[in-house]
Design a protein around this ligand. Structure first.
Ligand code: SF4
Length: 468
């Protein structure tokens, strides 16, 4: 069922990816690190890695985003990056005075076999101030996507700081790589249920600040160290995503007993019960999330949300004639694609193609699980790139594309509407403020999709109807 890519070079069986439908692993780790209070991300590798990641994040979040680099040179590539690493760490400590330095490795440093844990040991025994904490995530990009990097970083922070204690009444929410607006939405939901909820990680402030009078080297916000410590005594963890970093390429350890996500670690090592749910997009998946919140809080869903749900159902009915039977192409990170497919299936849109650059080996089975009626009719492609998506669209005439900005050129070339969701959004303002989750996020997505289809029909009509 799966196909990989694309350009076969004459005389070899080498197939090159053209315009990958995934991002680099340390990028995801850097976003996750930004969600812990006082943390500065450090990329152990060449300057180009950090520059590319900064450029991508700044363009999406429209914020100044500092990411340090150990700036490999030719020397460090040959003789090892220990000197550069220690210098980088000292510079960060001197200039930023961070609580944590969140380290991600890169393709280069992993390929030459740099042992960052050993470097840290040496640094501490030489001239280290002892006040800064270090966390290391192994994130070679040839072994996963930005999502693998994201979950590796979160798991590294939890492994390092969580403390086992008698269970309290608070809960942990591991939402995955979602928008800053979605994080704010989840925090509000937690408050409305009366639940003390730690979001791991919470970059809703640090990557989406109010305007500043003066520049702040480390933006405010983020999950506090106390919250991470208390994650080990939570009543439960809710984790969004079923692919996560559990796929065949992710992580370096193939031993299934080794925990890969933060929530999984807390379950195995600290007896914190884990509830794993797909991203709550659409009514069915949001209902599952709210049912868990009802169980954990002992409270009924507040009326505010039952009304949101009711309005959403009403909108589904009103707009069914516009969406039913339309063919969509959905692309992006795997858990996002699974959640989006579940939602589109629910509203009667035919998912013609579900594609991701991820190669977990899990995408098809998860789509089948959450689209039980029509999942077997969906063409699922892992390890796909945008050129392959374009070729597929040229042969199969979909009605709409749903995914991030990197697919815009396909929509433009083929004259199709595109709904921009997920990450990155580089050609619009407000990518960080797109809501995707819960009844409220689904409502916004639904309205956008319906209106894009109406607009397309209206613009393509020789009459230009005023009533559609
Ligand atoms: S893919 Fe590898 S080399 Fe490229 S930016 Fe990411 S870590 Fe650096």
């Amino acid at each position: 069922m799966f196909e990989t890519n694309k350009v076969v070079h004459k005389g070899t069986d080498y197939k090159a990816t053209q315009n990958a439908c995934k991002l680099c692993s340390p990028l995801g780790a850097s976003v996750a690190y930004k969600g812990f209070e006082g943390c500065v991300p450090l990329i152990h590798g060449s300057q180009g890695c950090a520059t590319y990641i900064r450029r991508y994040l700044i363009s999406h979040y429209k914020e100044p985003i500092d990411i340090a680099s150990s700036n490999f040179t030719q020397d460090s590539t040959i003789f090892g990056g220990d000197r550069n690493f220690k210098l980088a760490a000292q510079n960060i400590i001197n200039q930023y005075k961070p609580k944590i330095i969140g380290i991600s490795t890169t393709c280069l440093s992993e390929t030459i076999g740099d042992d960052v844990t050993l470097f840290l040991h040496e640094l501490k025994s030489e001239d280290f101030d002892g006040k800064t904490e270090f966390v290391v995530a192994s994130t070679p990009s040839y072994q996963g996507t930005h999502i693998d990097g994201f979950h590796e970083a979160v798991a590294s922070v939890v492994r390092k700081f969580a403390k086992k204690a008698a269970p309290g009444n608070h809960i942990n929410l591991f939402p995955g790589f979602i928008s800053t607006e979605d994080i704010r939405l989840l925090k509000e939901i937690g408050v409305d249920f009366g639940l003390e909820t730690a979001i791991l990680p919470d970059y809703s402030e640090s990557l989406d600040n109010p305007v500043w009078d003066t520049y702040k080297r480390i933006p405010e916000g983020g999950t506090t160290m106390e919250e991470v410590e208390k994650s080990g005594s939570a009543k439960a963890s809710i984790e969004f995503g079923t692919v996560l970093n559990l796929g065949k390429l992710s992580g370096r350890v193939k031993n299934l007993n080794v925990t890969k996500t933060g929530a999984q670690y807390l379950e195995k090592q600290m007896d914190v019960p884990l509830v794993r749910l797909p991203m709550p997009i659409g009514i069915t998946q949001t209902d599952s999330f709210f049912e868990e919140l009802e169980k954990l809080s002992g409270k009924k869903t507040p009326e505010k949300y039952t009304k949101q749900r009711g309005r959403l159902i009403d909108a589904y009915v009103d707009a069914h004639k516009y969406v039913f039977g339309k063919k969509a192409v959905v692309y992006g990170e795997e858990d996002f694609v699974v959640g989006m497919c579940a939602f589109l299936d629910e509203i009667g849109i035919e998912i013609a193609l579900a594609a991701s650059g991820g190669e977990s080996g899990l995408l098809e089975q998860e789509i089948l699980k959450y689209c039980p009626e029509n999942g077997d009719k969906i063409t699922v492609r892992e390890g796909y790139d945008f050129e392959s998506i374009k070729e597929w669209c040229q042969s199969n005439n979909p009605d709409i594309l749903i995914g991030h900005s990197k697919g815009y050129y396909i929509a433009r070339e083929l004259g199709l509407p595109i709904i921009r969701v997920g990450f990155p959004i580089h050609d619009r303002i407000g990518g960080q403020r797109i809501k995707h989750l819960g009844y409220a996020g689904t409502q916004e997505l639904f309205d956008k999709i319906v209106n894009a289809l109406i607009e397309y029909k209206q613009d393509s009509s020789p009459v230009g109807y005023k009533y559609m």
